[in-house]
Design a protein around this ligand. Sequence first.
Ligand code: OFO
Length: 170
Amino acid sequence: MLSKSLEKALNEQVSIEGHASFAYLAMASWCEQQGMNGAAKFFFAQSDEERTHMLKIFNYINSVKGHALAPAIKQPSLKFKGIVEMVKEALHNEEKVTASVYKLSEMAQNEKDYGTYNFMQFYVDEQREEEVLFNHILERIELIGTEGMGRYYIDKELEALTGGGAPAAE
Ligand code: OFO
């Protein structure tokens, strides 16, 4: 049985994952506007992944007799100064998601709700992977540079990192 406080916190996490999905959608669109279709593909896939994260929590809440609530999603950033600033924002967003995942995990542990605690460990692992990924991307971008052919190689780099998901519209 899910406590009311955990139900509320899980629903907040549904909203956070939904916002992450929309934030990546906006980033994918911005990349397409810049002609960076490889990078757009990467961010579309990230957006899809965040939607699956959202749904996984949504389904969990109902499976343990809580009430999963479809969230109101705040519009994310739509424009970026450049690819470096955009990736930095993505990393910053992921760090905020990590903080809320840790908080939820800690709440579940304090309430001795080990089912929810175990469920949250998927997200703990996922956030570690995401932070590693975005730090890696930032390092690669710094190495490549954004001058001259830089943006072209960054675009290829991000496309190569795309792990499935919806491709950018042709
Ligand atoms: Fe699901 O928030 Fe990142 O990965």
